[in-house]
Design a protein around this ligand. Structure first.
Ligand code: ATP
Ligand code: CA
Ligand code: CA
Length: 403
């Protein structure tokens, strides 16, 4: 940030970057739709498409005020295929990204990356450094294979990887799914790693209207107690996390977090969920409602296909609950929204020296930079034994009766 309070990144204003991204993405995705559909080939994962955007415009690009730039679209065909898997149409994608200005959102992370959210809440755009971008390029084939094998995942979904090249600076971004819908008030947000080392929101974060709390804050806020989930939800959630960690570990990824948004249900919301569960038995099967996959909730992500269909057919159109019903330790009924984020740190490439130096002066097991296998184990253990607890049906409505 400079003195005027304007947010800048590599000397470009946040607005100019967002504007350039909108132009570039619209062009790249639009162009793609003119090409006939075909299967993805291995070499598609390595393609980088390039187009110049002079301020005066060309026959292919409009005039603009964001300063001359070159736009790069990484693995465009592979990314289109990926969006297809998640039912994101070209029109839908373009509409979300360019229809209205992107909104910059503050980043509680230490990395200094910028974040934007699309007007319709569907996508988050995050700047990544060149190591992360390169790592994602290398990850794509394996990642795609995994998503195809197992669409039931809490891993982030990457829909695009782009670069705005401006004044000899590279600004790289990923487009991914937004986990926390803004129209649902989040009474708590947690970014959890299963580590205790420096895992406390700093004072600047704490003063925010809606802080993102960390592991030690979670422990303090809930007095070392856990969030209750119905046994089926708990099992599905833990199973999904386990499979996701296996993938992350196989790519030597670490430093990722489990993001949780907690929405406390109002009396009215509880009443309407209860009335839904009463009418669910009658309305089963004749609902035309289909949630868009890009907005897919944790509920859909952790349950298997047939279970999701059952839930969806009972889900009323006007209430986009999406979250997983749960109880806070004090008995408050809540919906939780969650997923795994920040998965582009590869231990093989980056972290070995850091671990070596840190382990010289602290207990190697307590710091957040440790071997990926250990990281994954600790992450799962923490979620399984410190964050969530299975609850018997009597004390919590069954999600299949609610949604
Ligand atoms: P650092 O590397 O310092 O941890 P970062 O810049 O890599 O930070 P992330 O860890 O990816 O950033 O995310 C920072 C915060 O942004 C998260 O704690 C969360 O509050 C929010 N956030 C990130 N990704 C998403 C997402 N997909 N949906 C909703 N919120 C997100
Ligand atoms: Ca992070
Ligand atoms: Ca990061």
């Amino acid at each position: 940030n400079n003195i005027t309070g304007e947010v800048t990144f590599k000397k470009s204003s946040s607005e100019a970057i967002a504007g350039a991204l909108q132009l570039g993405i619209a062009h790249s995705v639009g162009k793609l739709s003119e090409r006939p559909d075909r299967d993805v080939l291995m070499q598609d994962f390595e393609v980088v498409e390039l187009i110049d955007f002079p301020t005066k415009g060309t026959t292919l690009t409009p005039p603009h005020e964001f300063g001359e730039f070159t736009f790069q679209s990484y693995a465009p065909l592979a990314m289109r295929y990926f969006r297809d898997i998640f039912d994101i149409s070209v029109e839908g994608y373009i509409h979300s990204i360019i229809h209205e200005p992107l909104t910059a959102i503050g980043n509680p992370g230490a990395s200094g990356s910028l974040f934007w959210i699309t007007h319709d809440d569907e996508f988050i755009i995050k700047t990544v450094d060149n190591k992360e971008a390169e790592f994602l390029m290398n990850l794509l084939p394996g990642y795609f294979m995994n998503v195809q094998q197992n669409p039931r995942t809490l891993l982030p979904k990457f829909y695009g990887l782009y670069c705005v090249k401006k004044e000899r600076k590279h600004i790289r971004v990923v487009v991914m799914n937004n986990l926390l819908p803004r129209d649902v008030e989040m009474h708590y947000k947690f970014d959890l790693k299963g580590s205790r080392y420096k895992r406390k929101a700093n004072s600047k974060e704490q003063q925010k209207k809606s802080p993102t709390w960390k592991d030690l804050d979670f422990e303090r806020i809930f007095d070392s107690k856990r969030i209750s989930l119905v046994k089926e939800s708990y099992n599905a959630m833990i199973e999904t996390i386990k499979r996701d960690c296996l993938v992350l570990n196989s790519f030597s990824i670490m430093d990722y977090s489990f993001l949780i948004g907690v929405h406390k249900c109002s009396v009215g919301e509880i009443a309407s969920m209860e009335s839904m569960s009463l009418s669910a038995s009658n309305s089963r099967g004749n609902s035309v409602f289909k949630r868009s996959a890009l907005y897919s909730s944790p509920m859909e992500q952790v349950f298997t296909g047939s279970q999701v269909n059952l839930q969806l057919s009972q889900h009323k159109v006007d209430q986009n609950w999406g979250g997983i019903p749960a109880l806070l330790p004090d008995g408050t009924q809540v919906l939780i929204y969650c997923g795994i984020i920040d998965i582009l740190q590869c231990y093989k490439l980056l972290k070995r020296t850091e671990h070596f130096f840190k382990s010289l002066y602290t207990n190697g097991e307590e710091i957040s930079v440790v071997r990926p296998g250990f990281y994954a184990e600790r992450f799962q253990d923490f979620l399984k034994n410190k964050v969530f607890i299975p609850q018997s049906k009597s004390s919590l409505p069954n999600p299949s009766q609610i949604l």
